[in-house]
Design a protein around this ligand. Structure first.
Ligand code: AFP
Length: 352
């Protein structure tokens, strides 16, 4: 096996970041805990049904109202146990209705989706863990208050993709996004991409098109124009991908560009879309922006949004900066959107 330079693994990267800024030692401790738990998760997930009915429902529901899968709860417990050895004062998890207080002497809080994409478990499609590390705030009125900060306050954030490779995507407040791949033989994450750049060359959109009839007109107009390709006003042919797993779509966009949309829609409970601000949109926006991309709620930067509650949802659009800004224009400039509507009033090729 080729000798990997010591400076190229996740542990060495964390050491480098702490050397540059000793105040990050607590954050690095939390990230080491996430790394260890992710390796354990990767082992379990790779066994699939051999380990047990990981995709089986437990009869309980999470804050999404989604039925909890065996692996959802197992992942939640595994990461929370891992945090107990680090300065984490409290955790918000998609699997827990209220913040969980851990170390009262801790100075950090963590928001996480311990297992994102769990409806894909039995289909052997990539799933993931998403994490956001925030500083505690002074004079907070209860544990929840620490989490109601904008995403710009994140000290570090990222996600793990349990796929053909188990990859860890991470960024600190300062410095570019980094991508590490798990070497199962050495049981450590090795740096694979330092400073990925979300390109603008690749015309590809990720959206669940079955919701088309529920979208607001600007989103319909944008997707219509993508579908029309070079025959339409965008003069580009677009490809489409939808994995049903945010981390898989985010990883692909980090590496080759494109745009992801989960907008609000007219379905009950989906006014602000499906994805959660604290532990899905903010961490993804954090790493995408540090890779030169953009992330908005269709109009405003995700990282500027003050959470109204720990499980608040938010419409999410992220990816190549020019395309994200184009979607904003469809929303903010009705004339532009109308001009892009196909002539003769027919709303596009995708009337459903
Ligand atoms: P699950 O964790 O319930 O599978 O949801 C996954 C997810 O939160 C995100 O990873 C996907 O991008 C999105 O939902 C898929 O949503 P739809 O099932 O509505 O397409």
């Amino acid at each position: 096996m080729q000798k990997i330079a010591e400076t190229e693994d996740f542990a060495s990267y964390l050491d480098q970041m702490v050397t540059l800024d000793p105040r990050l030692s607590g954050t690095a401790c939390v990230l080491r805990a996430i790394e260890a738990a992710a390796i354990e998760m990767s082992d379990l997930i790779s066994l699939g049904r051999l380990y047990g009915q990981l995709g089986a429902s437990r009869g309980s529901t999470n804050t999404d109202g989604d039925v909890q899968k065996e692996l959802d709860v197992l992942a939640n417990d595994l990461f929370i146990d891992a945090f107990k050895g680090s300065p984490v004062a409290a955790v918000v998890s998609e699997e827990l209705s209220e913040p969980l207080v851990l170390d009262p002497a801790g100075h950090l809080v963590v928001a996480m989706d311990p297992l994102d994409g769990s409806s894909n478990i039995d289909a052997n499609i990539s799933i993931g863990t998403i994490f956001s590390i925030l500083p505690m705030i002074a004079d907070a009125n209860g544990p929840e208050a620490h989490f109601l900060q904008t995403g710009r306050m994140q000290l570090a954030a990222g996600f793990v993709v349990y796929g053909p490779q188990t990859s860890l995507v991470c960024a600190f407040e300062s410095g570019p996004t980094q991508i590490f791949i798990l070497d199962h033989r050495a049981r450590r994450f090795i740096r694979a991409v330092s400073g990925p750049v979300v390109g603008t060359e690749y015309a590809e959109y990720a959206v669940n098109s079955s919701n088309y009839r529920y979208w607001d007109p600007p989103v319909q107009a944008f997707i219509d124009d993508c579908v029309q390709g070079t025959d339409g006003p965008l003069k580009r042919n677009y490809n489409m991908r939808w994995t049903g797993s945010l981390v898989a779509d985010a990883y692909r966009i980090l590496l080759r560009g494109g745009i992801f949309l989960y907008p609000g829609d007219q379905r009950t409970g989906y006014k602000d879309g499906r994805l959660r601000l604290l532990y899905e949109a903010n961490p993804v926006a954090f790493v995408v922006e540090r890779a030169g991309g953009r992330a908005t709620n269709c109009v405003h930067p995700i990282l500027d949004i003050v959470p109204s509650a720990i499980h608040a949802r938010v419409p999410l659009v992220f990816g190549s900066s020019d395309t994200v800004e184009l979607v904003t224009r469809y929303h903010s400039d009705p004339q532009f959107s109308a001009e892009h509507a196909p002539l003769f009033g027919k709303r596009g090729l995708m009337r459903i």
